[in-house]
Design a protein around this ligand. Sequence first.
Ligand code: DMJ
Length: 597
Amino acid sequence: MVFRRYRWPIFLVVGGIFLLTTFPLSAHFATTSVFPETTSEIPKHTSAPEISSEIVVEDIVSESYTCPATPPNPAVSPDTQGRFNWRSIRKHHPVKEYIQIPLNKSPTKVLIQHHFEVASTETKHKLAIRKQAVQEVFKRCWRSYKARAWTKDELAPISGGAKDTFGSWGATLVDSLDTLWIMGMKDDFAEAVDAAIQIDFGPKIDGEINVFETIIRYLGGFLGAYDVSGCHDARLLHKAIEVADMAYASFDTPNRMPVSRWSPRKAVEGEEQLPAESVLIAEAASASVEFTRLSQLTGDMRYFDAISRVTDVLDKQQGLTKLPGMWPISVNMRKPDLTFDGFFGLGAMADSVYEYLPKMYQLLGANGPVAAQYQRMYDYAMSTAIAHTLFRPMVHDKADILIAGASINGEREDKGQHLVCFAGGMLALGGKLFDNRTHVSIGRKISEGCAWTYKNAPNGIMPEVFSMIACPTMSECNYTIPAGSSPFKNVDDGRYVLRPEAIESIFYMYRITGDSKYQDIAWEMFQAINTHTRTDLANAAISDVMKTPVEKYDSMESFWLAETLKYFYLIFSDPDEISLDEFVFNTEAHPFRIPRG
Ligand code: DMJ
């Protein structure tokens, strides 16, 4: 593949950056009250969108990259271009010596992906059509975002307005950068980068920010864009440092545990902020992949130091919780005490803590003491999760599938949720990394469980939260469910908010097994989602997937462009495009390059 350097536009796009005051509660934790203000008409598109006869398959990732194989020495210094420098604020609890990424003299390349044969011309053509269909949907949304919500956090896809929901820094702009690159939209990428580097992450926000969302969307967005475009544009790295330095300031506490809902203004005014006594584990402990990648790219170990201290607390208390091996949803980071709550699960509010265990192992080169620590923690967590949270649902067609539920005070809760669908991909990835076939097989059953609920839901889209009847064990079932009955015992939350987790796992299954049935599953899912979420401008969340016709509401979170459409696009792409042997995805689907020493 020939490297095509992208061209910078000759004009400068100066985006207006509008800063509002506070973050909302993390959107993926909200389960109530976000219901439609507007109900759009019955979708015009009830089948696959029309495809132009000329199929353009563009190459995406440069083979020529300049990303460092080992952390630079001396470290890269920040260049904020005259904007606020978060390193300048008063430190209450400075670190004397930073924990270093161990020098990994022999990083191991664990091959994750299936060895794919060259596809036939017919298959290539079919996939190119599908890929173009996904790209068309993305382009449409991007055009509307540009026209109506440029530099705002989100486009309102029904009313055509704009929303600020994640810090008012332009969440969709930054979250979409690497998708633009991957989809070959190089001029749009250049224009978006020019706008994104103008963002001011200074302390203009009066309320609290959600540090977790800032890290996964903004820091992840800049790092992903820098890595996929070959580490050529230093402006992206400096922007990553700028936002990371703000997030890093939230770790300036007596025990170096972060403040998850943190006030930039208080920090600048020198006011001490303490970690919360009750905080969601996902928010408190999910920065490892982003901070490690930033330390790898800059040689600055403050980020790796910060997350290593959190990992060590997780490690020490992993066996002391009410369900040893797993950490509960609610934890006290002030003490820190991770042992008091009895609610456990791989899904909402905990998800990325588990997701990042195998991903850290891979990012660290699958070798050395820290990688081994993450492997040990993953193994322990998964053996508990498999034994205590998974169940086989009793379904009319006797499908051999699994659903990841929860454990509440020792009792399994037989509920599924869209958010937990990522676990299929995580277990398949972990199974490949650690040569554990059982995990690959369980990952497959969870991924297919999510695909099954899509297929069997009335409009081909699974609801946000639902319960199902469980078989007595994972291997036996008496199947008393009559054909034609509802796939769900109950639907607790019928929304579909354009989430990625189901297609994410189907994408992992395809890249890991090479089985083309996953591409067909993905195509069905894509058509159902696009048909029912499409608006005149873009795509919108659904308030109840169980109703026909579905009702949409005026929301399109940035992860639709950052994650959902990216995974749909990549499953129909050449498997070498963002290969799982070369990249690790953060929890917001931003691909980070695995360094090769
Ligand atoms: C994304 O923001 C991330 O994937 C996060 O970890 C949880 N889920 C949302 C999308 O559903």
